[in-house]
Ligand binder design. Structure first.
Ligand code: FAD
Length: 410
């Protein structure tokens, strides 16, 4: 069976769904299909490690749009369908054995959770947190579980640890590096979150290397560390990042490796093929034009808007300011800018008050802020990041003075 659409979007996550919605909003009248491997209508992922895992939000309230939205706008959402081959010359993709023709293709396939490869990785009771099915499987298994080991001290691992410890589970977080959040934040933020988790009874183990998982009757029973120590666990949650879903496009000849290379209009190196969201690697003006793959709702939504503009013929380059959030316990972390490659860090306020900001500098200019329960710094800091302004570090450290009232350094 062969089908034909003007725009085919592979991936029904934040980026793909938002691209379809943005096209219709821009009065794009031609046919649109969103092809998604997930059996559900497009939904938000962030609650999977937060409110949904905690049982505080229903799945219906995570849908990006109700079913009627897609129907009313004549956007075909093909769920449970996987695109496996892209033929850039014939302008077709192969999905679940069918050939689908496109005029424009948007690759918004995100990524899949990276899994362990050590012995025992495939035991029952070992989970990742990427899809609704993952979160449902964790919830269904929790009743039999008292001790949980979370492997990976990134945002998703820490958020899951916060939810599960609040449920009364004994949670241990294993981080291979010398601090949690090491890839995304500076040391003051890492140390703050380590202390915060410890104060809630979560054990944080740093420089902890997993050797293997030990099973009993096919279900995980413990984690064996490289130093020979064994931690009892009836559940293991693996939060060690994602593998971007890029293989079919790379095989079709698109430039890229860890992510599909795109230009400022989200165009790949292949004709009429765009890439957006977690799977796309763009050059960021917030990182001295270096390439980066951003895994955030902001990036997915803003790149979706960029691609829609390009397709309707009013292109505008992607220049959006990166931002992100994470909720752990009663803490609201908001980050703006990109802290990668920072060469100085200033802490505004006292972390002991659980309300403070970490300001990152690159070449004397403000590159990013991590704001913990400090929405005012987040809002005012955003302008400083966008302007890449220089500021006196001692002045910035004075939390009594609002960032907006501080003089710039010429
Ligand atoms: P995805 O949401 O991954 O969507 C891609 C879709 O493509 C998937 O549904 C997948 O099934 C489908 N797909 C893949 N390959 C194929 C194929 N070959 N054929 C058909 N379909 C395919 N970001 C924040 O900004 N703040 C947060 O607090 C936050 N928390 C998060 C918590 C969790 C647990 C997770 C998993 C992510 C979180 N994120 C957060 C990240 C954010 O959700 C992602 O950046 C965002 O979902 C990326 O959207 P995307 O559309 O690019 O990719």
């Amino acid at each position: 069976m062969s089908q034909e659409y003007d725009v085919v979007i592979v991936g029904g996550g934040h980026a793909g769904a938002q691209a379809a919605a943005a096209l219709r909003q821009a009065a794009f009248k031609e046919s649109i299909a969103v092809i998604g491997e997930d059996p559900n209508l497009p939904y938000e992922r962030p609650p999977l490690s937060k409110e949904y895992l905690a049982g505080e939000r229903s799945f219906d309230r995570m849908l990006l749009r109700p079913e009627t939205f897609w129907r009313d706008r004549e956007i075909s959402i093909l769920t449970g369908v996987r695109a496996s081959i892209v033929d850039a010359e014939a302008r077709t993709i192969c999905a679940n054995g069918s050939s689908i023709s496109y005029r424009k293709l948007i690759w918004a396939a995100g990524g899949s959770a990276r899994r362990l490869t050590c012995s025992g990785h495939d035991l029952g009771g070992v989970f990742t947190v990427r899809t609704r099915a993952d979160a449902d499987a964790i919830s269904a298994a929790l009743g039999q579980v008292n001790e949980i080991v979370v492997i990976g001290g990134g945002y998703i691992g820490l958020e899951a640890a916060a939810v599960l410890s609040k449920m009364g589970k004994k949670v241990t977080v294993l981080e291979a590096l010398s601090r949690v959040l090491a890839r995304v934040a500076g040391e003051p933020l890492s140390r703050f979150f380590e202390e915060e988790h410890r104060s809630h009874g979560v054990e944080i183990r740093l420089e902890a290397r997993v050797d293997s998982l030990i099973g009993r009757d096919g279900v995980v029973a413990g984690v064996c560390l490289a130093n020979g120590e064994i931690l009892k666990a009836q559940m293991v949650i693996v939060g060690i990042g994602i593998i971007p879903s890029v293989a079919p496009l790379l095989e079709a000849g698109a430039a890229g490796s860890d992510g599909i290379h795109v230009d400022e209009y989200c165009r790949t190196s292949l004709p009429d093929i765009y890439a957006i969201g977690d799977c796309a690697s763009h050059q960021s003006r917030f990182l001295d034009e270096k390439r980066i793959r951003l895994e955030s709702v902001q990036n997915a939504n803003d790149q979706a808007a960029t691609v829609a503009k390009a397709i309707i013929g009013s292109p505008a380059p992607y220049t959006a300011t990166p931002w992100f959030w994470s909720n752990q316990y009663d803490l609201r972390l908001q980050t703006v800018g990109l802290s990668a490659g920072h060469d100085a860090v200033v802490v505004r306020g006292d972390p002991k008050t659980r309300s403070f900001s970490v300001v990152y500098f690159r070449d004397g200019r403000i590159a990013a802020l991590d704001c913990v329960n400090t929405p005012r710094d987040y809002v005012q800091g955003r302008k400083l990041v966008e302007g890449r302004v220089s500021m006196d570090k001692t002045a910035v450290a004075d939390a009594e003075v609002a960032l907006k009232d501080m003089p710039f350094v010429a």
